[in-house]
Write a new protein. Structure first.
Lengths: 439, 425
């Protein structure tokens, strides 16, 4: 895969990966903006409103029909939070011409359509249509409310909210219900115009088309973008230590049959000059995969939970351990999760655990090169960190990680928040009675 | 091995049937790091009653899934999941109503991992003790499923549609049903359904087809056991047992599924054609660019969590349309009207051609996913067709076939509606 990168227009950058192995090409367009409480919902709403219609394809039906005509080209809104940077825009998948009836040239048409969605929405008097804004706002509110439906991800985001209550990272990628409620079409139109002017833009392409052609198509499609002073001052504030001496504790009750224990950690001092490869390996040794200590001990050996795994948010320097447990296993599971971290700190890592973790991380990185969607996410994240190496290079770095690297990362990790989602208070019933009741 | 080129989609397929009856498909892919293999048995949650040694055996709900969990235990005390993971592979398994699949992907050591996959799936080892321990773990998984509104809305619908077919039961079973499972049950089910003659092996990646064939023969031997027949019970009426069912749970906005039972083509190209026709027809009726979806979306009746699909397994065919909506009954009424329009006026030719184009693109996209390709190939091998023929068959589908499908499958008396409402509603 050949990597190229270029600033096409002021503050508009293209990352280009040439590859012959896929049947579809991938294109994406992201506006980068600082994640914050006042604007997250507006930002998240914009690509969805833009997906409702353009000047040429006035409503969603017309726009979707156009995509059908382009052989099922799919251009859909994407809203991401990478560290404390919110990335909003579109992700598109375009069939490669070689698999279509002769003479089709889809890519420039698909890029033009994506740019039209960004720059030429269906407006009246220069303002986004109130009907589209209101309807998408309602749907955004639904999505915000519906996060409670999936208790596993709900408990994760609740833990982050509580843990980072003094930081912008507490803001979800979609913002909050309160903020979303306050949006109206005039306010959103103004915000949309200002984003176009000031946001750095990241474009991504992966497919068969050569660099020059892709540059030309994007440049052509985006040349009319109104640009002002670009805001390059974007970044993520990393807190090194826990907020209090002892981990804070938050408990919540919902009508569930299985408890969710989420423990939030700060990665700590190792984030001063983060060794990304080593953090990945540490995470794999401790809790991220099926060879990890959490999986092998907390789940398999002690049967304390249905699942227990760790997730590293490297841009923000956080590590979360999530588990699904019986309500009465709370103490035991928590103790064991901490005990396993303690073991890593003490260097109690077998050769098998260490090799398996490295293999697993390296293999994940190498196989990432077989998926355009994952490549897109990887390179966007790299770009935000100012890095330009690819997954294969990172996999090489993984091979050089030592046990000492991992121990030193583990020693810098500190527990900051314990979140427990439990079921309703049983009416004086013991756990056994409850199980009988459900049976 | 047979070699067949699919120039329209740029793939080559190697296939063979081994002396032991195993059906093998290999799609070599140069330039990819990932290698993927699935070892599948034509046995799932719905295969509850079958004959073994001339006797009818009845098994409790959840055995196929339970067996899947226990297959990873090896007689020497090792666990195949751990061995494969330690070797850098990413192994897993799933059980549906119709099939059980064991698979891994890896970037290195493919042949070694493949040997392990074939070895552990063909090596039953269960004890009373390990079965008892697993009962606790699976009970947790069952509870988690019961807490999941998506799973509840689905199984409620299946119970509405099917009055007795075992496809109506949860694949994982219930806490009580799995309590009846013993290690003898597992041995019986393994003996009945895990012979190579009832299985398929599908591989994609930068691999050597001949080497895979050789390894499969080495590990699995040449014995060819008779293929068991499952008994799914009396035929179902074409109508649902219960039309509307509601339940309340902790959800923010109501979830709903609309479903109907389909007459099924048993196997071969007719079966594949039916799958393709049903999806193409549903795309036109309620896909992203359909007037139905756009209208209800703009009215706030539907949102982006809306989807449609058909599922053909264990001799059944089920159509499912659903998502979230504040007014599920209204979605059903509007859908019925849409079907009536098709009955009166047919489908628009322009929309039909567009839908075909769009399906071409989404088929190409689906081909990028090794897991999807290999599992589709395996299911196709069990149902007597080759999943890679899809694109060519698609070409030949007529508008009339899609109209007929819509009118037959979605007539209003055949539809059932399952709703999960929020507690505050």
């Amino acid at each position: 895969m050949e990597y190229s990168r270029k600033e096409l227009l002021p503050g508009i950058f293209l990352t280009h990966l040439r590859s012959d192995k896929f049947k579809t090409a991938c294109i994406s367009l992201n506006l980068l903006t600082q994640l914050s409480r006042g604007t997250a919902s507006m930002n998240a709403l914009i690509p969805y409103v833009l997906r409702r219609g353009t000047t040429r394809y006035g409503d969603m039906e017309a726009l979707s029909r156009r995509m059908d005509e382009l052989y099922g080209t799919a251009i859909e809104p994407v809203v991401r939070r990478i560290g404390e940077i919110q990335c909003i825009g579109f992700y598109g998948s375009v069939p490669e011409d070689g698999y279509l009836p002769q003479g089709e040239k889809l890519l420039p048409q698909a890029i033009a359509l994506m740019a039209e969605m960004l720059l030429a929405p269906n407006t009246r008097g220069g303002l986004l249509l109130p009907a589209y804004v209101d309807s998408e706002k309602e749907k955004l509110l639904e999505r915000l409310r519906s996060r409670i439906n999936d208790k596993r991800s709900y408990s994760l985001s609740r833990c982050i909210e509580e843990m980072c209550c003094f930081e912008d990272f507490a803001v979800s990628r979609l913002g909050s219900e309160d903020e979303a409620e306050s949006i109206n079409y005039k306010k959103l139109s103004r915000h949309y115009r200002s984003l176009l002017q000031s946001c750095p833009v990241e474009l991504f392409y992966c497919g068969k088309a050569p660099f020059k052609k892709v540059c030309a198509a994007f440049k052509d499609a985006l040349s009319a973008m109104p640009r002002g002073e670009i805001d390059y001052e974007l970044g993520t504030d990393i807190r090194m230590n826990a907020i209090e001496d002892k981990p804070r504790y938050v408990e919540e009750q919902l009508d569930v049959g299985q408890g969710k224990l989420v423990m939030g950690f700060r990665l700590g001092e190792c984030m001063e000059e983060p060794d990304i490869a080593a953090i990945h390996v540490f995470n794999a040794v401790y809790g991220s995969g099926s060879t990890s200590k959490l999986f092998m001990n907390v789940r398999e050996k002690l049967s304390l939970c249905y699942y227990a795994s760790s997730i590293a948010y490297i841009h923000k320097g956080l590590l979360l351990v999530a588990s699904g447990i019986e309500f009465d296993k709370f103490e035991a599971a928590q103790d064991e999760i901490l005990a396993q971290l303690e073991a890593v700190k003490k260097g109690e890592i077998t050769e098998e655990e260490f090799t398996a973790a490295k293999r697993c991380v390296a293999s994940d990185l190498r196989s990432l090169t077989d998926s355009q969607g994952e490549l897109e996410g990887f390179y966007l994240s790299q770009t935000l960190d100012g890095l330009d190496y690819g997954p294969m290079e990172l996999a090489e770095l993984v091979e050089d990680v030592t046990k000492e690297d991992i121990v030193s990362i583990a020693r810098s990790v500190e527990c900051d928040m314990i979140y427990f989602l439990r079921g309703p208070e049983a009416e004086e019933a013991s756990q056994e009675d409850m199980e009988d009741g459900q049976a | 091995m047979d070699r067949r080129e699919y120039t329209n989609i740029g793939e080559v397929l190697y296939s063979s049937v081994l002396p032991n009856g195993l059906r093998l498909n290999v799609v070599p892919k140069a330039g990819f790091s990932t290698r993927y293999a699935v070892f599948a048995t034509n046995y799932g949650g719905a295969h509850r009653r079958f004959s073994l040694d001339g006797k009818t055996v009845d098994t409790p709900a959840g055995v196929a899934h339970f067996l899947e969990h226990k297959m990873f235990d090896l007689p020497n005390g090792d666990n195949a999941l751990n061995i494969l993971s330690a070797n850098g592979a990413d192994p897993n398994a799933f059980t549906s109503s119709g099939v059980t699949c064991y698979y891994f992907s890896c970037t290195e050591g493919f042949e070694e991992n493949l040997r392990m996959l074939l070895h552990f799936v063909s090596t039953p080892y269960f004890t009373a003790e390990t079965v008892a321990k697993e009962q606790g773990i699976i009970a947790q998984e069952i509870r988690m499923g019961e807490d999941s509104p998506d799973s509840r809305v689905y199984y409620n619908l299946m119970e509405q549609l099917y009055s007795c077919h075992p496809i109506r039961d949860r694949v994982a079973g219930t806490v009580e049903s799995i309590a009846q499972i013993s290690h003898e049950t597992l041995y019986n089910c393994h003996r009945a359904f895990y012979a190579p003659s009832n299985m398929a092996l599908c591989v994609e990646g930068d691999v050597d087809p001949a080497a895979i064939e050789r390894i499969a023969l080495e590990v699995l031997g040449t014995d060819c056991a008779p293929v068991p027949r499952a008994d799914f019970g009396a035929p179902e009426s074409p109508l649902p047992a219960i039309s509307v069912r509601r339940e309340t749970m902790e959800v923010s906005s109501p979830l709903f599924l609309i479903g109907s039972k389909l007459d099924t083509e048993k196997s071969g190209e007719a079966a594949m054609r039916q799958r393709l026709v049903s999806r193409l027809a549903l795309r036109m009726l309620c896909g992203a660019s359909s007037p139905f979806y756009s209208r209800l979306y703009a009215q706030g009746i539907l949102n982006r969590n809306f989807d449609y699909d058909t599922d053909f397994s264990a001799g059944t065919g089920t159509l499912i349309i659903g998502g979230e909506s504040p007014e599920p009954e209204k979605v059903l009424r509007e859908l019925e009207q849409e079907v009536e329009q098709v009955r009166l006026h047919g489908l628009d030719e322009g929309a039909f051609l567009r839908a075909k184009r769009a399906t071409l693109g989404s088929t190409l996209r689906a081909l990028e996913d090794f897991e999807n390709v290999c599992v589709s190939l395996a299911v196709g091998l069990f149902d007597g067709y080759c999943a890679l023929d899809g694109m060519a068959v698609l070409e030949s589908i007529s508008r009339r076939e899609c109209e007929d499908f819509i009118i037959r499958a979605l007539s209003s008396q055949k539809l059932a509606l399952s709703i999960i409402e929020g507690k505050g509603a």
